[in-house]
Write a protein that binds this ligand. Structure first.
Ligand code: NDP
Length: 280
């Protein structure tokens, strides 16, 4: 039986509408600053999508497009300025940065209260202990998508493929907070297909096109595909071999139209949260 498609576009539109309605109802002033360094085309697309989402939600957006040769000092100065600007409630520095810039140093310079990506060490620590204001956008978006299926995470076998700081690790943590039994896989995992076949909920965050095949999936599983891979023909492709896995899974996210739009919706929610915290 074919899997139900989890429609990230519709679910993300509902989240953005909630944000918009709350901003309008409570007359909240919220602002998001997005900093992009260099001219990576994929980053450009993400930044434009974020800007559009801000407009839709009634969030003021401030865009800083800096040349690739921007020095670390200049970038840190801009972050300092944004940290002390009352109109800016959230700061997002689009990654990856050009090689000569130290991403860690830049992220740590963002005020934790304005760190709407939740990448700052302080926010990462808070996620670990379950006492957080902001959830990292992509994992938080995945949680919304899982919840939309009606499948209760508590007690389920959850397998996350990938252990990056921005997706895999926080994803595992959120599933654990939701009482899932969580296994995190990576490039050194032995017999990955066998581990994946145990999963009631399988999250693929590998960055390799068509990596998860039907033989790695338990019948009826919830499959969340975080991967965004650009193919030679220009099309986007996930980490999951959609055609065959969708014949076996119970629920599956498409690429595009799954996790991607949710990430942006969660960013809008975090910016609203930041504005409310800073107003107190
Ligand atoms: P990283 O490259 O940082 O991490 C990839 C992870 O996959 C690593 O932990 C790596 O293991 C693991 N891995 C690689 N090869 C294998 C293998 N053969 N078997 C098992 N595990 C393997 O990527 P990100 O976490 O940043 O991103 C993952 C994907 O998600 C990318 O396609 C990215 O574009 C996409 N993405 C999508 C977003 C969205 O909004 N939809 C947002 C962010 C990312 P090891 O640690 O051992 O090297």
């Amino acid at each position: 039986m074919a899997a139900k498609i989890i429609d990230g576009k519709t679910i993300s539109a509902a989240v953005k509408e909630q944000v918009r309605a709350e901003i309008e109802r409570d007359r909240i002033k919220a602002g998001l600053a997005v900093v992009i360094v260099g001219d990576d085309p994929a980053s450009r697309v993400y930044v434009n999508n974020k800007k559009k989402a801000c407009e839709l939600c009634g969030i003021q957006s401030f865009e800083y497009a800096l040349p690739a040769e921007t020095s670390e000092e200049q970038l840190l100065e801009l972050v300092d300025t944004l940290n002390s600007d009352d109109k800016v409630n959230g700061i997002l520095v689009q990654l990856p940065l050009p090689k000569h810039l130290d991403e860690k140093k830049v992220i740590e310079r963002i005020s934790p209260l304005k760190d709407v990506d939740a990448f700052h060490e302080m926010n990462v620590g808070k996620i670990m202990i379950g006492n957080y204001a902001f959830l990292p956008c992509t994992p938080a978006g995945c949680m919304e998508l899982i919840r939309s299926t009606g499948v209760d995470i508590a007690g389920k076998e959850c397998v996350v493929i990938g252990r990056s700081n921005i997706v895999g690790k926080p994803m595992a943590m959120l599933l654990l907070h939701a009482n899932g039994t969580v296994t995190v896989c990576h490039s050194k995992t032995h017999d990955l297909p066998e581990v994946c076949r145990r999963a009631d909920i399988l999250i693929a965050a590998v960055g390799k096109p068509n990596f998860v095949t039907a033989d790695m999936v338990k019948p009826g599983a919830v499959v969340i595909d975080v991967g965004i891979n650009r193919m030679e023909n220009g099309k986007l492709c996930g980490d999951v071999k959609f055609d065959e896995v969708s014949e076996k899974a119970g629920f599956i996210t498409p690429v595009p139209g799954g996790v991607g739009p949710m990430t942006i919706a969660m960013l809008m929610r975090n910016t609203l949260t930041a504005a409310k915290i800073q107003a107190k």
